[in-house]
Design a binder for this molecule. Sequence first.
Ligand SMILES: [Fe+2]
Length: 152
Amino acid sequence: MSLFSNKSNGSVDVLSKVLADSYVLLVKTQNIHWNVEGSEFRSIHLMTEEHYNNLFDAIDVIAERIRMIGGKSPATFAEFSKLASFDEKVNSENQTEMLESLLSSHEAIQGDIISGIKQLEGSDDLGSIDVLNSRLAFHDKVVWMLKATLKK
Ligand SMILES: [Fe+2]
C-alpha cells in the first residue's frame, strides 16, 4: 500500500480543516494587528505580526502536504469559510475582547488538530501527523501567552 496514492486514511480531510482554520485565523489576526487601539497597542500589534507570519508560512506547508499525499488543496475564501470551525469576525473594538476572541480561535484550532492527530493515529501517514504536531506546538504556545496576557 502506498501512502501517496491512498486518500482513504482521512489525512486530506484533517489537513484541509486545519488549513482552513489557519487561513481564517490569519485574516482575523491581521484584522487585530491593523485595527487594535488602546494602551496595549504596541504589544498587541507586534505579537499579532509574529502570529500572522507564522500562520502564513504554515498555510503553505499544510497545503503542500495535502498535495504530497494526493489530495487537492482548498484554495478559495468560500472553501476556507465553509471548512473552518470559526469565522474571521472579531466582534469587538475593545483590546481585551479582541484578545479573548483571538484566544477562542486558537483554542478551536487546537481542538481540531488534537482530534485530527487522534484520527490519524495508527495510520502510516507520519509526515502529516508531524505537520499537525508542529502546528499544535505553535497554538499551545499562543494559548498560553494569550491566557497569561489576559490574566486579571
Ligand atoms: Fe504590519
